[in-house]
Design a protein around this ligand. Structure first.
Ligand SMILES: [Zn+2]
Length: 205
């Protein structure tokens, strides 16, 4: 598992809800947490590791020692948004690109935990920003889509650089072609669907 960079097609994929929480999902979540901490991120979405599932991990403190902030959210939904806040935002799929992004200040969200428990919570400021950023990822929406015109203009040359770099890696065969990357996502979705149809002892949701 590794973090994919813009413009990898997984970042524009609309992820499927997970139909079951099994050992595979638990392994995905553990690996995503490791990767997030390794890269000093506050959150990481399934799309960012080329997984087409509604799964995100986060730790608003960005500190692996502070487990009380660690969250694994499955099939998250934003139920309500209140107020607005402007602040700098980065993304592990866009290294070193920080720009101002406006978000709701407070949100109410619902998600399943790794134990299959349905949780509803309200949060503000940093955890609200992280959740909005990561839930966007699961819908194929990126923070560059949320930037205002000035931030977008300022980001333009970085985006061109990311695009050129990605294309170069594809030409060298170090990254598969877009069609192959999309096929890999579709295969993972088909596998998960087939698995969910088998009776399993794991908690279902
Ligand atoms: Zn991101």
């Amino acid at each position: 598992m590794k973090i994919v960079k813009y413009p990898h097609p997984a970042l524009r994929h609309v992820s499927r809800p997970l139909l079951a929480i099994d050992n595979t999902v638990r392994r995905y979540a553990a690996e995503m947490l490791d990767l997030m901490y390794l890269h000093h991120g506050l959150g990481l979405a399934g799309n960012q590791v080329a997984l087409p599932f509604q799964l995100l991990v986060m730790n608003e403190a960005g500190d692996p020692e502070k487990k009380e902030f660690e969250r694994v959210c499955i099939n998250p939904i934003i139920l309500e948004r209140k107020g607005t806040m402007d602040g700098d935002e980065g993304c592990l799929s866009f290294p070193e690109l920080f720009q101002k992004v406006r978000r709701a200040r407070t949100i109410r969200v619902q998600y399943y935990t790794l134990e299959g428990q349905l949780v509803e919570m309200e949060c503000s400021e940093m955890p609200a920003r992280v959740l909005q950023h990561e839930i966007d990822h699961l819908e194929g929406v990126l923070y560059i889509d949320r930037m205002g015109p000035i931030a977008r203009l300022a980001a333009r040359s970085s985006l061109r650089t990311f695009e050129r770099e990605f294309q170069k890696l594809q030409e060298r065969g170090e990254i598969p072609a877009d069609a192959d990357l999309k096929r890999a996502l579709a295969e993972l979705e088909a596998q998960a669907e087939a698995q969910a149809q088998q009776p399993a002892p794991q908690p279902q949701m």
